[in-house]
Design a protein around this ligand. Structure first.
Ligand SMILES: [Zn+2]
Length: 396
């Protein structure tokens, strides 16, 4: 009798939750999906409600990978989609994704700041898409409704959080050594990125999209409005246009996940900031990063996608002339800082000797990094390539 009652109560609860899908665990699950240096991260609340940040590149490859993670998570619809900004490596996969799964709520920073669209016709297509459902223009200080999780908007449209989050508001000593950059050549939509902090009980994680170096100072100095996080998704794919010590050392993450590609991100400077960050235990990477070389890549155990040994050896012995740059086939973004020791010219498209591994990455199977976070602040990170898992205890 009691069992029947529990069953009925569970059934009623599941029905009442409406948008949420069944999910037995009580964890916030995060899927960092490999989009070869683009961005797509899926957050699944304990109730099964889903929030996706960005949709990777166009062409279907990244959409296949996103859908694989969505299916593994048991998610049937995207309850909230945050587009951090309008660059092709973030929104290029939207049109294809929307054909494959319902998307119920779109969140962005407002109109694009790019003079030219990177995805032709995107704004028109996007406005038609969000016009049929719910659309929110995020502002710092807003909270995005997400079952049991506080999702605080901390950056959007070039504005930053002015009122500290709980645990934030203290002076940030890492500001003393901050050196501003000339960002006049940075693609204008990067600093517009919607950035959010997720809080689930005592667990906190941050995702700032491609928010840039000088804006990090605005957000974090003189006072750290955010406080600390447990898990830091490296801003801007681990490119050294972002990821200053003023940001990272103040957040004091225990673990970093880098959504780099083989030829994008993993910049030496980014790695150095991470390795000197107080309390950082591990850096997990979505890819082996050629820019990081033998010195700065994490042990392969922590890397979800590797090139084969022969390719790695070949590239290390005959390095392509540029590393750590953006996704454009024609070369680095104007004003990009080349990795230490790297000459400034880009490799020719389809460079011989690196079959299937151009700057757009490979098309075969790819692995994601999964994080399961508990309300007590503990979390487990899993590399789905080798099933290596590591659990990080709650902070004392
Ligand atoms: Zn990007």
């Amino acid at each position: 009798m009691r069992r029947i009652f529990v069953f009925l109560a569970t059934f009623a609860l599941a029905a009442a939750m409406g948008s949420a899908q069944n999910k037995p665990s009580k964890s916030l699950d995060i899927y960092f999906i490999d989009t070869e240096g683009g961005h797509a991260t899926l957050y699944v609340a304990p109730t099964g409600e889903s929030l996706l940040m960005d949709t990777g590149n166009p062409g279907g490859r990244d959409t296949d990978r996103i859908m694989a993670a969505i299916q593994a998570a048991g998610v049937k619809q995207i309850d909230h989609l945050i587009l951090t900004h309008y660059h092709v490596d973030h929104v290029g996969g939207l049109e294809e994704l929307a054909k494959r799964i319902p998307i119920l709520h779109f969140i962005d920073h407002g109109p694009t700041s790019e003079p030219r669209e990177q995805v032709a016709g995107f704004q028109k297509m996007y406005a038609e898409m969000y016009g049929k459902v719910k659309h929110t223009v995020a502002k710092p200080g807003d909270k995005i409704p997400f079952d049991g999780i506080t999702v605080a908007v901390v950056t959007s449209n070039g504005e930053v959080l002015k009122t500290p989050l709980p645990g934030g508001g203290k002076p940030n000593p890492a500001c003393a050594d901050f050196k501003p950059r000339d960002e006049s050549h940075v693609d204008p939509d990067n600093p517009m990125s919607v950035g959010v902090v997720f809080t689930y009980g005592k667990f906190r994680t941050i995702n700032l999209g491609d928010f840039t170096w000088n804006k990090e100072q605005e957000l974090m100095c003189p006072n750290n409005q955010i406080g600390t996080v447990d898990l830091y998704l490296t801003s801007h794919h681990g490119i050294d246009q972002s990821g200053s010590a003023a940001l990272v050392h103040a957040l004091q993450p225990r673990v970093a996940v880098m959504h780099n590609g083989a030829y994008k991100g993993g910049a030496v400077q980014t790695m150095q900031v991470l390795h000197t960050s107080p309390g950082l235990q591990d850096i997990w990477q979505l890819h082996w990063a050629y820019a990081a070389g033998l010195e700065y890549n994490s042990p392969a155990l922590f890397i979800a996608n590797l090139d084969d040994n022969a390719t790695i050896a070949n590239v290390l012995l005959n390095p392509p002339p540029t590393f750590g740059q953006g996704p454009r086939p024609a070369g680095p973004p104007p004003g990009a800082v080349p990795a230490a020791g790297a000459p400034a010219t880009p490799p020719p498209a389809g460079r011989a000797g690196f079959p299937g591994r151009g700057r757009g990455g490979h098309t075969g199977p790819a692995f994601w990094i999964k994080v399961s976070a508990e309300a007590d602040g503990s979390f487990t990170v899993t590399n789905t390539r080798n099933n290596f898992s590591k659990t990080y205890a709650a902070r004392k």
